[in-house]
Design a protein around this ligand. Structure first.
Ligand code: BGC
Length: 258
């Protein structure tokens, strides 16, 4: 010990897996830095994305790293006590499936499950754009759907499903997700109008202090974030593609999530 500073010689490591509609990604995570250790492994999500084949892919990824011990695994829907409650962009057979039990049957060790956006949000709050932010912080992930994670003074309020608020009579994510932009061939300014309308609807019911926008489109944040007219400051996510993996590993370490 020098100058009263204690440094840990053994870095704290965890393992996170991020299950998405098109890919399942996993890696060892350095939890001191919030970074991946080496290259992540990505395997395309089996189609149809049924529970058993997905468990097989997760087990394969964990096995490739020879990881032993707790792992965190995300799910792109409402997740409570290991059980999936919704499946907006997954096969409907996931609903009422005990994912935690299914994974524990094929992977030794314990599994911490949580919603994918909640995981991304945890990572941003710990290491990224939300670091040290108090008050009400909303993380939104724009991908196939719109994921949301809500934090009050740094504490996660799990399973906020704000991607599905009704905007002009339609499910919010159907009009304003990144997938909607691609599907409809919208330019960034055209899509920004949709996102703005979505956020305007959201801001009628919530008064966040900060909105963090993540997902692949956050790499191009300069093309659309400055066009937004929200009263809440909007900042791009810092961790981008790896946020789900990092957040899953963090959730496993601190037993956060449901
Ligand atoms: C789901 C959310 C999920 C988001 C991003 C939405 O359709 O309802 O639970 O976080 O997609 O995957």
């Amino acid at each position: 010990m020098t100058g009263g500073v204690v440094t840990s010689l053994t870095p704290v490591r965890g393992f996170g897996v991020d299950i998405g509609g098109s890919g399942i990604k996993g890696c060892v995570v350095d939890l001191d830095k919030g970074e991946l250790v080496g290259e992540r492994v990505r395997i395309p999500t089996p189609q149809p994305a049924l529970p058993e084949p997905v468990y097989g892919v997760v087990a394969d990824i964990v096995g490739q790293f020879g990881w032993q011990g707790r792992i965190g695994v995300t799910y792109p829907g409402v997740m409570k006590s290991g059980v999936a409650f919704t499946a907006a962009n997954m096969d409907p057979s996931w609903i009422a499936t005990d994912m935690a039990a299914g994974l524990e049957a094929v992977i030794p060790g314990t599994v911490q499950t949580l919603n994918d956006a909640d995981a991304a949000g945890l990572a941003e709050m710990a290491y990224g754009a939300g670091k040290g932010q108090r008050g009400l912080v909303l993380m939104l992930t724009f991908g196939t759907g719109i994921g949301s994670a809500l934090f009050i003074d740094g504490q996660l309020v799990p399973n906020a499903e704000l991607g599905h608020i009704e905007v002009d009579g339609e499910d919010g994510e159907l009009r304003a997700s990144a997938a909607a932009r691609e599907r409809e061939g919208l330019s960034y300014p055209e899509w920004a109008l949709r996102v703005d309308r979505y956020l305007d609807t959201l801001e009628r019911g919530l008064w966040p202090d900060l909105i963090i926008v993540g997902g692949g489109v956050s790499k191009k944040a300069h093309k659309w974030v400055p066009l937004l007219t929200t009263r809440t400051p909007v900042v791009p996510a810092v961790l981008q593609n790896d946020a789900g993996i990092v957040g899953a590993a963090l959730a496993a370490e601190h037993r956060i999530g449901q």
